[in-house]
Design a protein around this ligand. Structure first.
Ligand SMILES: NC(=O)c1ccc[n+]([C@@H]2O[C@H](COP(=O)([O-])OP(=O)(O)OC[C@H]3O[C@@H](n4cnc5c(N)ncnc54)[C@H](OP(=O)(O)O)[C@@H]3O)[C@@H](O)[C@H]2O)c1
Length: 212
């Protein structure tokens, strides 16, 4: 069990303290409905076998970082073929077969170290909303499955400013027999500062990925 109490760092200058000095990319992997919903009652709010297959392909072999609630939502844990890293503030929580850390900075440092040892280029942050929100400022890539539907739910992806991100690829995920919805996989990359598009409307208007 790892109980690293290092502080979560927020400023860009502090990124190296979060293990940011290496070439290893922090990537979010998420499926989001058109209304921003990602979860319901502690579970996924849809049946999407094709996206689960895609999730497996995108994360296989990589360290995966998740919040305690997402860990508890897994039908079978740990997820095989991947280093599972679970974040919880509860020092008494146990997660059999996973690394347990008490803050996000420790999760990223550990994830980067494991990725480096395994020779993989990414740490995959797989949710849920609390973890995405905490890690977003440190992410360079987002594998964003846009789910073509508006299911009811109680957990949403946090709002974020799309202007700092570019879509580098987009591919349809056709609706198979075990899918409730069609979907599209978009790969978003954080833009270098100089390339960020300036707003063409009020500077305080939020631009969110919910509209995409
Ligand atoms: N659609 C998708 O792609 C997707 C992906 C993943 C999850 N989900 C869904 O999202 C929902 C779960 O998301 P959630 O936001 O409720 O929970 P979550 O992010 O999975 O877990 C939250 C928990 O993580 C721990 N945590 C969060 N930030 C922390 C920090 N800075 N330091 C230490 N511990 C921290 C806390 O655990 P303790 O309370 O133990 O301290 C917190 O209660 C479920 O419905 C799940 O199915 C959807």
């Amino acid at each position: 069990m790892i109980t690293n109490n290092s502080r979560w760092c927020r400023s860009p200058a502090a990124k190296p303290d979060c293990g940011g000095g290496s070439d290893i990319v922090i990537a979010l992997v998420v499926a989001v409905a058109q209304n921003g919903v990602i979860g319901r009652g502690g579970k996924l709010p849809w049946r999407l076998a094709s996206d689960l297959k895609l999730f497996r392909r995108l994360t296989m072999g990589k360290p995966i970082v998740m919040g305690r609630r997402t860990w508890q939502s897994l039908p079978k844990s740990p997820l095989d073929g991947r280093d599972n890293i679970v974040v919880s503030r509860d020092p008494n929580f146990t997660a059999k077969g996973a690394y347990l850390v008490t803050d996000c900075a420790a999760a990223l440092v550990l994830g980067r170290r494991l990725a480096s040892e395994r020779g993989v280029g990414e740490v995959a942050v797989i949710g849920g909303a609390a973890l995405y929100e905490e890690v977003l400022t440190h992410a360079q890539r987002i594998y964003w499955t846009s789910v073509h539907g508006c299911p009811e739910g109680d957990t949403k992806f946090p709002e974020f400013d799309l202007r700092g991100w570019g879509t580098v690829s987009e591919e349809p995920i056709p609706k198979g027999p075990k899918d409730e919805f069609e979907a599209t996989l978009k790969v978003l990359e954080r833009l270098p500062d100089g390339l960020i598009k300036r707003p063409q409307f009020g500077p305080n208007d939020p631009v969110t990925a919910r509209d995409s």
